[in-house]
Design a protein around this ligand. Structure first.
Ligand code: HAM
Length: 438
């Protein structure tokens, strides 16, 4: 095998749409993780982590065979033992699979779970759209199918967006009915669209037969025109779905959460019943145009639990997830204050082989005493190490050379004013702590 002379950018790059989150971006992600942990703790959600690889049928059966995700976007492959596996395109179906598989219905019900992690969809990468992207979500499952849980999921997502300082958030809500009333609506919709078929886009012509609700989701301008006069689902809801929607809206009003009832919101996944919702914020595209950026969504999915064997009466689930990459894009664009406080720290400078050997142990003693130490032990020159100290924004440099090693002392230099003093090693920890308090 020949070894390439240079493994650099022109040789191997990450696959299209996959994400590297670089060190300089981590402060945004840290902020997201901190707020997610705070909110989930505050509202009593416990973390669940499911596998990134699932049997493909977990998604095929639940998201729906004719959805874009299953038809076009899943990364599916055959393992050596012949299993068809998929990289998870979303979290909800995996969590329901885990809930049923591990008998989590035996834990206190309803079970309030949260998660965050990478998802994979083979989409055309563009602003805010990746093939590997991150979601953070909340799911409430088991127990009664009470609309108060739908409202609670929405509330938690709202509060998280609030803590992340995302402005101009709008919430769209709709109901897509249940297996009793949805067939009537579907029929009304097909009756309306049938004479229009020749004028519809290619995808919608197929949707009329396979998945008529998705006709309302089409982005094609001609199809959007026809949508304006299409029948709306609220007129077809059965009394149970009607009541559920009404109660949800009452809870949202009680919580003073602003919402828009969006009759055409149907969502791209088949597992929903009753409530569906989506969060948007205003964003600015590369050409300066303003548009509604979908930053999160969710809904109720009682049949999904049934599909995985959860018995009726307990088969109730509702949840929602934020698109973390998108939320972070908005935070960056609006320059959200990350509230980072300066952490006092010292930079350890060592000069010469004798000092370097002793430095290792000394640094650990400082750290054990709770002092934050940065260093670049591989560097030898004083100038290079002081430059690193400046980059690190350290308060003091502790300079340890041959002479200091011999005399058991340390030079402590204040990096703001350059004033320095030699301190005996035995007093070093106390001296550093005293100065850092000032
Ligand atoms: P979803 O609408 O497919 O729902 O995705 C949720 C959010 O993930 C979207 O609103 C968007 O912000 C983000 N997202 C989706 N695709 C991409 C992508 N290719 N690149 C970047 N961000 C993306 C779900 O996945 C449901 N599991 C939500 C849910 C939870 N329903 C109930 N519980």
């Amino acid at each position: 095998m020949s070894i390439p002379k240079k493994i650099g950018s022109q040789f191997i790059q990450s696959p299209k749409g996959m994400r590297d989150i670089l060190p300089q971006e981590q402060m945004w992600w840290d902020k997201f993780r901190r707020e997610l942990d705070f909110i989930s703790d505050y509202y009593n959600f416990i973390r669940i982590d499911t596998s990134l690889l699932e049997r493909a049928e977990v998604f095929e059966k639940s998201l729906g065979e004719t959805t874009d995700i299953v038809e076009k976007q899943m990364f599916v492959f055959k393992s050596r033992s012949g299993d068809r596996l998929a990289l998870r395109p979303e979290g909800t179906a995996s969590i329901v699979r885990a809930y049923a598989q591990h008998g989590l219905s035996h834990l206190g019900q309803p079970l309030k779970l949260f998660y965050s992690g990478p998802m994979f969809r083979r989409e055309q990468p563009q602003m805010g759209r990746f093939r590997q992207f991150y979601q953070a979500g909340f799911e409430i499952m088991g127990g009664e199918d009470d609309a108060i849980y739908d409202a609670q999921v929405i509330l938690v997502l709202f509060r998280l967006l609030e803590r992340l300082k995302i402005k101009n958030v709008t919430l769209h809500v709709n109901s897509i009915g249940c297996r009793v009333c949805r067939p009537n609506y579907r029929k009304r919709l097909v009756d309306y669209y049938r004479p229009l078929v020749p004028k519809l886009c290619k995808d919608c012509r197929r949707r009329v037969k396979e998945n008529p609700l998705r006709l309302l989701d089409c982005k094609n301008l001609v199809c959007q025109e026809y949508k304006q006069t299409a029948p709306i689902i609220v007129d077809s809801l059965c009394s149970s779905c009607n009541k559920h929607l009404k109660r949800l809206l009452e809870f949202l009003e009680e919580l003073r959460l602003p919402y828009q009832l969006d009759h055409y919101l149907v969502r791209g996944l088949d597992y929903y019943n009753k409530t569906v919702f989506e969060f948007f914020t205003e964003a600015t595209g590369e050409a300066g145009q303003k548009f509604d950026f979908a930053i999160g969504s969710g809904g109720r999915y009682d049949y999904l639990l049934e599909m995985f064997g959860v018995r009726q009466g307990q088969a109730s689930g509702v949840g929602g997830a934020l698109g973390v990459d998108r939320v972070i894009e908005v935070m960056k664009a609006t320059k959200v204050n990350l509230g980072l406080r300066h952490k006092s720290k010292v930079f350890f400078v060592n000069i010469g082989e004798v000092a370097k050997k002793k430095s290792f142990g000394l640094i650990e003693r400082l750290r054990d005493a709770g002092i934050m130490v940065v260093e670049s032990l591989g560097k030898d020159s004083l100038g290079a190490q002081l430059r690193s100290a400046n980059k690190e924004n350290a308060d003091y440099a502790l300079i340890f050379g041959q002479k200091e090693a011999f005399e058991e002392s340390m030079i402590v230099r204040d990096l703001k004013n350059g004033v320095q003093e030699t301190v005996p090693l035995k007093n070093l920890i106390n001296e550093v702590k005293r100065r850092m308090k000032q």
